[in-house]
Design a protein around this ligand. Structure first.
Ligand SMILES: NC(=O)C1=CN([C@@H]2O[C@H](COP(=O)(O)OP(=O)(O)OC[C@H]3O[C@@H](n4cnc5c(N)ncnc54)[C@H](O)[C@@H]3O)[C@@H](O)[C@H]2O)C=CC1
Ligand SMILES: O=C(O)C1=N[C@H](C(=O)O)C[C@H](O)C1
Length: 233
């Protein structure tokens, strides 16, 4: 597979390493201020860039017939428009806030736990995410997906950073050192608490998941998710 990387930072470099180890070729590294982009050389684009640049990178690929795997977070106010552009150009697209197998299992666990806890009014939920100090967005994309998993299965209606309320899921975002990504969800009552937690030890799981998604999307048209790729639930 010939891969074009959009964003050649921490994730772009890790993806290049893993893709090459699986026999793929990196044909383009498109980073800030890229000049001519040779879309024709790419079977697929993998975007791990910035919240401000992801949408233009993605839609540029759709317009040039290149399917896209996107892991960039913090641009989702434009997600629906990206989906429209993908469909209009008969292209293919996967966005995931987190490509790791472990977190995708954690998403399922979170939804299942939320369903059970929805019947127990004595428990209040809260969430914490911890990432490295270079991270641009807060809360993390993964925390937002987890909050959506709770909202879809309980009476909670929204999430807020550092703000609680009857129907609000409070999210605390911490930025510390080099932390690759830690997410925990806590249900607290007067007598006990139940906590689930995912800790990434490095970035390999995210990068491998993105490459697997790129392999999976070959020859497909439409908008998919990691649930489709991993055949979960
Ligand atoms: N979905 C997932 O599994 C994961 C998502 N992420 C997300 O991926 C994104 C990138 O993360 P990192 O690699 O850690 O960040 P990074 O800051 O190390 O790399 C981002 C790169 O994008 C480049 N860039 C800036 N403008 C650009 C443009 N117009 N076109 C292309 N590239 C441009 C920057 O120069 C930089 O090299 C973030 O949004 C992060 O939240 C990170 C890890 C896992
Ligand atoms: O910026 C990061 O590093 C990460 N971003 C993603 C997110 O916002 O959830 C995924 C992972 O947690 C690492």
């Amino acid at each position: 597979m010939r891969i074009g990387l959009f964003g050649y930072g921490k994730m772009g470099r890790m993806i290049a390493e893993i893709a090459q180890s699986r026999g793929h070729k990196i044909v383009a590294k498109v980073d800030v201020d890229a000049a001519d982009i040779d879309y024709a050389s790419m079977d697929v684009a993998i975007d791990f860039s910035t919240p401000d640049s992801a949408f233009d990178n993605i839609t540029g690929c759709f317009e040039n017939g290149v399917p896209v795997i996107c892991g960039t977070t913090g641009w989702l106010n434009q997600y629906n428009e990206a989906v429209e552009r993908c469909n209009k150009n008969k292209s293919a697209f996967i966005y995931a806030s987190n490509f790791s197998l472990g977190v995708n299992i954690f998403f399922e666990l979170n939804a299942h736990l939320a369903k059970m806890m929805s019947k127990l009014e004595q428990y209040k939920v809260s969430m914490e995410e911890i990432h490295h100090t270079q991270k641009l967005d807060a809360p993390s994309g993964t925390a937002i997906t987890l909050a959506e998993g709770i909202i879809n299965n309980t009476a909670y209606t929204e999430w807020q950073l550092e703000k609680s309320g009857d129907k609000i899921i409070p999210i605390t975002s911490k930025r510390e050192g080099m932390v690759p990504g830690t997410h925990s969800i806590c249900y607290e009552s007067n007598v006990d608490s139940i906590e689930i937690k995912h800790t990434a030890h490095n970035r390999e799981g995210f990068a491998l998941g993105a490459v697997i998604a790129a392999e999976w999307i070959q020859g497909k048209t439409g908008v998919f998710s990691m649930k489709d790729v991993l055949n979960l639930s």
